[in-house]
Design a protein around this ligand. Sequence first.
Ligand code: IVH
Length: 688
Amino acid sequence: MSSGGDIPKKARERAAELREQIRYHNHRYYVLDDPVIADAEYDRLFDELVALEADHPDLVTDDSPTQRIGGEPLTAFDSVRHQVPMLSLAKCTTVEELEDWLKRCRNRLERDEPLALTCEPKIDGVAVTLLYQDGRLTLAATRGDGETGEDITANVRTLKAVPLSLDADDVPALLEVRGEIYMAQADFQAFNAAALEAGEKPLVNPRNGAAGSLRQLDPKVTARRPLTLFCYGVGRIDGDWSPATQKAVLDGLAGWGFRVNPEVEVVTGAEGAEAYIDALLERRSRLGYDIDGVVIKVDDLSLQRRLGTLSRTPRWALAFKYPAEEATTRVLAVDFQVGRTGAVTPVARLEPVFVGGVTVSNATLHNMDEIARLDLHVGDTVMIRRAGDVIPQVMAVITAKRPKDAEPVSLPDGCPSCGSPIVRPEGEVVARCSAGPRTCPAQRKEGLKHFASRLALDIDGLGDKLVEQLVEADLVREPADLFRLGADTLAGLERMGEKSAANLVAALERSRETTLARLIYALGIREVGTATAQNLASHFGSLEALMAADQAALEAVPDVGPVVAGHVHAYFRDDERRAAVEDLVEVGVHWPAPPGAGGPAPLAGETWVLTGSLESLSRDEAKERLQALGAKVTGSVSGKTDCVVAGPGAGSKLDKARKLDVPVLDEAEFLEILNRHGQGVGGSDDAG
Ligand code: IVH
């Protein structure tokens, strides 16, 4: 041991100061997700500490933030016996089972009134236990079989979200913290993109990524993996700390600098838990990390002790499992679909499999590059994923299961719909049918489906099957033809009664009255989504002005770059397309002049965020009305947000808004603003 006597006092003080600052910023960034300095400033502090420690190696302490980069490789992991076993959870999938469990708890406790419960997302990662002795991280271990795990201290020390030391003076002398290590979805994607770029093998999914990263013998490899954790409980504790509830445990941990899930809530009884389960499922695909359910725990720790543990699972906790988002199945064929812009997309036909709560038999393969990346053959067993409303994706091919007769996939020469040559312009990933919608029935069908879709002209009752029939019978060639269909013609179609024919005619009548933004979106111009359509409508104010705009005028529209401007320009320079658009006006499609045409829109320049659910209108409708008033609607709250509309179920966005002092409106206040600006929710009774 060096006495440290030869190290200048100034260097030692500066090192201590830098460590404290870096620890503070680590906590802000990696634990609270709320940094207060720019990355470059953080890097400067870090580099200064690295340089100082290089000059004075005796200054290095094992809890210095520089010591996270990973030490020497191991030859094997040591076994660790858990002093308090790491239990697993009883599982259920239905509310009946959940209610039965609660009934059993209440019976055992001889209680009539409902129990207070914590509801926590069940993180899909790798369980870990962290041992702190006198505030220093001394051991990190995997769960193993629950009794004995593996010592992964060297790897876990590289995670920035894991405190290496705790400096509060109320930390128990021995504190064992339990949590789940995982990889956030965005980090997983970025890691894979970089791996592909470097010609390395991508990770199959975030969970495998986390598990594989922790199984590395070389901690330097782990250090490069974007891992983080949520802490959800404690193991052994020696010292002065006696929280009364699970919530108090979590609050205590958060107070000492551990990362605790902000979605945790205390609810009452089955009803409260069920509402939480539904609300979290609705947000599942927006959380940013994989979860496989909700963990429900009796909140009161004295009641937990009374309930006790049944061999390997506690009686006081239950995992409510959501439908799995991933499954393996076989690729039966690869077909090619032609979209409304002629894009030819390969689609995998799958052996039907239940995933994400539905039976899936198709998955998009995006383009030929994706097929090459996956090295996908017909006959392969693949891992597919269906998360939220996102269309099912093929994540990976399980090459070990490839049959001998598996066939590689190639792009066909001709369009499967019209036979025209398929072209793939230099530098583009997308292959296209070289014909347009006038020649290619698939493009016509897809264009009409888009035209009728909910965010476009929203023609009720004009489903995909019906569009296909109409095109195949050559009754409709372009959108305006829809409005010329009579009830008699429609009633003559297969599976169409007189009543549904009359309903469709009425729906068409209603959708004649629309907005300019919806009409622009409905045209299906390449890369013009709802937001761009809205911008084009507000900017030009009329269809005539839009149709007359040249490339430069189009590029002057907010968020419209040269590529999109080029697509819009080309669309309206095509005589037949112009004629088809004018024909729509001819058949009576009309819209009010958008606000902003006669003066600035009332919410122009403002950024709004919607969170939680609203009763009188859907989020899409709320968004559309806000955009019509000139507001920009974004998905996350920041210092630039002008207003947040929060309905029931609002979570972290609402918290953040309060933290940042952003005004928050409830539904009634929001409706009042809409009303004031002529965007009120009418007494429409056509629900259902
Ligand atoms: S509590 C005795 N809470 O789920 C209770 N576990 O089967 C022990 N997990 O691998 C677990 N999120 O790591 C608990 N909020 C959470 C959790 C959670 C994920 C994992 C846990 C274990 C498995 C339990």
